[in-house]
Design a protein around this ligand. Sequence first.
Ligand SMILES: Cc1cc2nc3c(=O)[nH]c(=O)nc-3n(C[C@H](O)[C@H](O)[C@H](O)COP(=O)(O)OP(=O)(O)OC[C@H]3O[C@@H](n4cnc5c(N)ncnc54)[C@H](O)[C@@H]3O)c2cc1C
Length: 401
Amino acid sequence: MTHAAVPALRRQPALAEWAEKAAAPYYDAREVPIGEKRGVTLGMGMTEKQGGSDVRANTTRAQPLDGDDYALTGHKWFFSAPMSDGFLVLAQAPAGLTCFLLPRRLPDRTKNAFTLIRLKDKLGDWSNASSEVEFQGARATRVGDEGRGIATILDMVMLTRLDCMLGSAAEMRMALAQAVHHARHRMAFGKRLVDQPLMRNVLADLAIEAEAALALSMRVARAVDAAPDDPREAAFARIATAIGKYWICKRAPAFVNEAQECLGGNGYVEESLLPRLYRQAPLNSIWEGSGNIQCLDVLRALHREPETGEAFFAELGEGLHPLLDWAVARMRTMLQAPSEGDARTLVERMALALQAAVLLRAGSPAETLFVGTRLGGAHGLAFGTLPFDEELLESVLARAL
Ligand SMILES: Cc1cc2nc3c(=O)[nH]c(=O)nc-3n(C[C@H](O)[C@H](O)[C@H](O)COP(=O)(O)OP(=O)(O)OC[C@H]3O[C@@H](n4cnc5c(N)ncnc54)[C@H](O)[C@@H]3O)c2cc1C
C-alpha cells in the first residue's frame, strides 16, 4: 500500500513530502510526525460496513476546515496496517466522494482523532493487522479534486491489484517448490514420488500453471512500467490488470491445495509451509476488488475505453498458434453482445488466451501443454489431468526441477 499510494500523492503538490518519503527505501517505525521521519508507511480506508465493492455507498463525512484540510467523521470496517503513518481514505465532501490523506500524528505531535475499535480475527494473513476504526473529526488533507475520490484512489488500487497478481503467482511458485522438493525425496512403492507417472502429471500441470501465472504477471508489470510514456501499453495495463487479478488470484487456492496434497499428511501440518500458504491463498481474490468486480471492470473498460480492447487483441496477435486464433475468434463473437451474466466466462477466456500468448512469445517449454489443455480443452477440472506425453511432461518437469 505504501508504494502504491505514491502516484496518487504525487498529484497533490502540498503532499510532496509524503510522496517522497513513501517512495524512500527506509522503514522508520517511530511514532513521530512525518517531518522527523526518513520513510513512511501508508494504509488505505475505503470499505465501510454497508459495502466495500460499492464505495459510492460510503457515509463517512468530510467537513471543510482550512485550505485543503477537512475534518472526517465516520467509520471504516476494514482498515489494514493501522499502525501506518498515514492513510488514503474516501469520504463524502460537499461535492461528493473525495480522497484524503489522513495522518496518524499531526505536526504538533498530537494523535489524530481516530479510534481503533478492534482487530479482525482472520482466516489467515496474520502478519498483517486489519482493523475497524472510527474517525471523530480526524484532520485529513484532500488528494485530488472534490468529487473525484474514486478516480484518484484508483491510481493506488491499480497498483495493489498488480501486487495481488504478483503475490498469487509467488504463492503458486512457492507451493510448487515445496511440492517438487518433497516429491524428489519421498519414496513410495519403491520409487521416488517424482518418478511415479501420475505424480509427474500433477507436478507438470502445477508447473505450467505457475509459469503461466508468473509470465502474465510480469507482462502486466512491464506494461505498468511503460504506461506513462506509451499509450498502447497504458491501455493494455488497464485491462490486463483486471483480467490477471481475476484469473491468477482465482487459481491460487486450488493450486495451493493441490501442492499441499503432494506432501500428503505433512502438507496439512503447520511444520510445513503449506498451511500458511493455504490460509493466505484466497485473500488476493477477495480484497482490492473481488472476482465479480474485476470481471465487471473488464466489461466497463471494453465499453468505455475501446483502446483497451484493441491493445488486448494486439497482444494476442494473429498466427501465433491455430488454437489461439480460434480462441480469439470465439472471444470476438462473445464481445459482439457482451452480457454481465457471462462476464466470468469471457474474462476466463481472455486470461487463458493472454497467458498462452505470453508463453508462446517466450518460447517456453510449457507452451504446447498449456495451449493444448487450457485452450484446446484436453484437460479435466482437476490438476494432474494433462494428456500423458512422457517427453512433454519431462521438458516441463526438468525446468521446474
Ligand atoms: C484481510 C482483509 C483486509 C482488508 N483490508 C482493507 C483495507 O485496508 N482497506 C479497505 O478499504 N478495505 C480492506 N478490505 C476490504 C475488502 O477490500 C472488501 O472486503 C472487498 O472489497 C469486498 O467488499 P465487501 O466485503 O463489502 O463485499 P461486498 O461488496 O458486499 O461484495 C460481496 C460479494 O458480492 C460481489 N459483488 C458485489 N457487487 C456485485 C455486482 N454488482 N455483481 C455481482 N457481484 C457483485 C463481490 O464480488 C463479492 O464477491 C480488506 C478485506 C480483507 C478480507
